[in-house]
Design a protein around this ligand. Structure first.
Ligand SMILES: [Zn+2]
Length: 173
């Protein structure tokens, strides 16, 4: 979804956001409410979105679901009149975004970025996590059977850990 800056100059836009966004681990459309308003410095984007992610636990390697709510509070500013290139670098460092030159604000991309930032770097299925799977391939092959694409992404370091702990795991099972 894109909103033109010209539209916002006329009046603030309130969006009921509902989109399936490519590239996220979301299993449901992203839902939320977003308000865009224009002022002399640029455009302010505020709101809240939520979705349901399907993540793979980094420890037991099983898929699990996690609901995620993200507050959006972004300022997109007009580029400074002078020395645009230099200031562009400064702005990047300060985490302020410039308004797009085509005059269209990509709301979907803003939401995508906000959700990506809020997605946990280390995924954990929670306090009930059974821990590392037993055996080199057995358990992970079973639990991830419906999710073959992810199998290739298993961190090779786990393979070593699995070898180290394989005797303990066998005793438990
Ligand atoms: Zn787990």
């Amino acid at each position: 979804m894109k909103i033109s800056i010209d539209e916002l100059k006329a009046q603030p836009q309130h969006i009921d956001f509902k989109e399936t966004i490519e590239g996220l681990e979301a299993v449901k459309p992203v839902l939320g409410e977003i308000t865009l308003s224009h002022s002399s410095y640029g455009v302010k984007v505020v709101g809240r979105v939520q979705t349901l992610l399907k993540l793979n636990c980094d420890r037991c390697l099983r898929p699990y679901f996690q609901s995620l709510g993200v507050d959006i509070d972004e300022s997109l500013v007009y580029p400074p009149e002078n020395e645009i290139q230099r200031d562009r670098e400064l702005l990047k460092r300060d985490f302020v975004e410039l308004l797009p030159e085509d005059g269209l604000i990509d709301v979907t991309d803003l939401v995508y970025q906000a959700i990506t930032l809020a997605t946990p770097n280390i995924a954990s299925c929670g306090s009930e996590c059974p821990g590392l799977p037993a055996g080199a391939t057995g358990a992970s092959g079973k639990t991830l059977a419906g999710d073959k694409n992810r199998q290739d992404l298993i961190d090779p370091r786990w393979q070593n850990l699995k070898t180290i702990f394989s005797n303990d795991e066998k005793d438990k099972n």
